[in-house]
Design a protein around this ligand. Structure first.
Ligand code: ADP
Length: 372
């Protein structure tokens, strides 16, 4: 296992492009960390600097307390699984797994033992004599992971390892990788653009945008306490709803013709400090409660009226595409309560599920409200 520290790490490519800005992170022994963010935000660059495949322009990188900036890739005790897992097509699964060890001149007996043990962890025991073309995409991916696992490593790096698989295989491999991690215990850094993958697999997630870390936290922390608008919009599917407005006379006046005003004192510590500011009122699609006809809306929340444009029954829930004073919102509700198209739908957002962001700084407005 390994304990890693990245301190003010920057990457400026030779063409002058500043791809990673002041990256700071301490990774504990055996932790599973996901780097997540849209394409081009610097995830792979960060991973490649950790792997020693890309030079660190400035800052410090420590492995178990030892400065590793100049350490060769080989000496870092790192193994990496890439997006494209080129297996040797003319070698069997057994030979693919054994290949690296054979090159190192390890005894055949030991190789046999290691291949069998690795195959067992990955459920490949019955496939050892097959060639890659006789395997499914998921099985190939397992062999690729196995080739890395078979070597004793302290740090496991994965760059979008599931992107070549179909949706169903991805879900299966997600839990497999998690189980393998539990069994092997190596510190793991996993790059993905898929927030669901990050949410389901990680101990902690690092959300990046344009080379800058936006927030580091457990999936729970990122979901309930997104610290800025980017994280709020990135984590969660469907994404958070945003309603824009301005604070006037201690109330939030939402943009739009209806001039809806909301008392934001329950969800902002210092309403006075917000006076005159543009803010964004946010809530998750799944946080809303429908207020049915004849029912009274709960007092400890915000009640809105919306126009239903479209409904999508997904089985376990319905996504309702609606508008609140002309602004598009998505509501995720119980399928048994699916409203009709072109009708009015009244919903309530409990205070604990309502968020406020300062539009200028994009940061969450300070609040003591407990969200869970
Ligand atoms: P991600 O993995 O998040 O998709 P990358 O780390 O691959 O992003 O890239 C981050 C940014 O750095 C992108 O804008 C990319 O175009 C740029 N970049 C990557 N490699 C190089 C390079 N060798 N030279 C210049 N710019 C690069």
């Amino acid at each position: 296992m390994a304990h890693l520290i990245l301190k003010d790490v920057n990457k400026v490519y030779p063409n002058g492009f500043h791809a990673v800005h002041d990256f700071n992170l301490e990774i504990m022994d055996g932790e599973f960390i996901c780097l997540v963010g849209s394409s081009g935000c610097g995830k792979s660059t960060t991973l490649r600097m950790i792997a020693g495949l890309e030079e660190i322009t400035s800052g410090e990188f420590y492995i178990d307390g030892v400065l590793a900036n100049q350490m060769s890739s080989r000496d870092r005790g790192i193994a990496m699984v890439f997006q494209s897992y080129a297996l040797y097509p003319h070698l069997t699964v057994y030979e693919n797994l054994a290949f690296g060890l054979m090159l190192e001149g390890i005894d055949a007996d030991i190789i046999e033992e290691k291949v069998q043990a690795t195959a067992k962890i990955l459920g490949l025991t019955d496939y050892l004599e097959r060639f890659p073309r006789q395997l499914s995409g998921g099985q190939c991916q397992r062999v690729a992971v196995g080739r890395v696992l078979i070597r004793k490593v302290n740090i496991f790096l994965m760059d979008e390892p599931l992107s070549n698989l179909d949706a169903k295989q991805r879900v299966t491999m997600r839990s497999e990788i998690k189980q393998i991690h539990r069994g092997v215990g190596a510190t793991t850094i996993y790059v993905t653009h898929d927030q669901t993958e990050a949410m389901t697999m990680s101990d902690r997630i690092v959300v990046m945008k344009l080379g800058v870390v936006q927030q580091v936290g457990t999936p729970f922390e990122l979901y309930f306490y997104p610290r800025n608008l980017f994280v709020a919009g990135f984590i969660g599917e469907p994404p958070m709803n945003f309603l824009h407005g301005k604070v006037e006379g201690g109330m939030l006046k939402l943009d739009g013709e209806s001039e809806t005003t909301l008392d934001i004192s329950p969800i902002a510590n210092d309403v006075e400090a917000l006076e005159g500011k543009e803010v964004v009122f946010a809530f998750r699609p799944e946080a809303v409660n429908l207020v049915k006809e004849g029912e009274k809306a709960p007092k400890d929340g915000y009640t809105f009226s919306s126009q239903v444009e479209l409904t999508e029954l997904l089985g376990d829930n319905t996504n309702v595409y609606a508008t609140v004073d002309g602004v598009n919102v998505i509501l995720k509700i119980n399928p048994h309560d699916t409203p009709e198209r072109d009708t009015e739908c009244v919903f309530n957002i409990p205070y604990k599920s309502a968020y406020l962001y300062d539009k200028e700084t994009e940061l969450a407005v300070e609040t003591d409200i407990k969200r869970h």
